[in-house]
Design a protein around this ligand. Structure first.
Ligand code: HEC
Ligand code: HEC
Length: 228
């Protein structure tokens, strides 16, 4: 009898120990990095609020508030922006503290998550460009060569649908958001752009240019994955 119970108790203890280990590991993993979908809906419990409350559950953003669309943007671009907010090369009173409250794994997972969402209909359909916006269209499609600024679409793709990992879409992003970015570059609040390309571009634009070109791009239909 004794010989039989001992090994059984031993095996039970072994299984118990293994089970405890799994529970502890799972617990640690969950505390360190809740899955992206959980953070989007409810935040990460460590200071980052639900992304959906501003960017929408569909990732479409809120045009009037200047909350950008994230759905369908390139994952590497999105992660680079979150990293930039976290390290301070891009500064915004709302997004900087949120990005700092996310760890590296969470920023990666959230970038992947939003990049996989389909482009919401409002952005995909586009709207009629504002009447009489010759200035916006000219800057977008011809640039300002007198100041060494190529057409925006040379880098941002046809109608601004975006190109690859480095050139984000402008099409279907709200005019408020786009104009905020151009002003942030002018004021040095955003300085994360490769080779200072956008610092140069924005430096030759005045307020009327910014308004016009932002409205032109906001009206253009967005295309999946930046037309990749
Ligand atoms: C309280 C509102 C709010 C919440 C919540 C919020 N954001 Fe933002 N987000 C903003 C604003 C405002 C901007 C634009 C900042 C700027 O103008 O530079 C922004 C910009 C971004 C950008 C840059 C997009 C681009 O095209 O460059 C990313 C990426 C982003 N947010 C991801 C997230 C993620 C992921 C979460 C959830 C963890 C989140 N945001 C939660 C308001 C919010
Ligand atoms: C020489 C290439 C180049 C040209 C020309 C160019 N851009 Fe950009 N633009 C970039 C790059 C690169 C980025 C991404 C910067 C980063 O990673 O933060 C960018 C980003 C932007 C953003 C931020 C988008 C977002 O989601 O946050 C806006 C707005 C923008 N550009 C507007 C314009 C406008 C308007 C023009 C024309 C007047 C223009 N760009 C011309 C290279 C260019």
């Amino acid at each position: 009898m004794r010989n039989r119970t001992k090994p059984e108790r031993g095996r039970f203890m072994e299984r118990f120990a293994v089970a405890m280990c799994f529970t502890l590991l799972a617990g640690t993993a969950a505390a360190a990095a809740p899955p992206a979908a959980t953070i989007v809906k409810g935040g990460n419990g460590r200071g980052a609020p639900a992304c959906a409350s501003c960017h929408g559950a569909d990732g479409g953003g809120q045009a009037a508030a200047g909350f950008p669309r994230l759905a369908g943007l390139n994952a590497a671009y999105l992660q680079y922006q979150l990293d930039s907010f976290a390290t301070g090369t891009r500064s915004n009173p709302v997004m900087s503290p949120i990005a700092k409250a996310l760890d590296q794994d969470e920023r990666h997972a959230l970038a992947e998550y939003f990049s996989r969402l389909p482009i919401p209909a409002a952005a995909a359909n586009g709207t009629a460009p504002p009447a009489g916006d010759a200035l916006g269209e000219h800057l977008a499609t011809r640039g300002r060569w007198s100041r060494q600024v190529p057409a925006c679409i040379r880098c941002h793709g046809p109608r601004g649908v975006g190109v690859g990992t480095s050139f984000p879409p402008l099409a279907g992003q709200s005019a408020t958001y786009l104009a905020n970015q151009l002003r942030d570059w002018q004021q040095g609040k955003r300085k994360n752009d490769p080779l200072g390309l956008m610092q140069h571009v924005s430096s030759v634009l005045d307020e009327a240019d910014i308004e016009a070109v932002s409205k032109w791009f906001a009206a253009q239909p967005a295309a999946p994955k930046g037309g990749e």
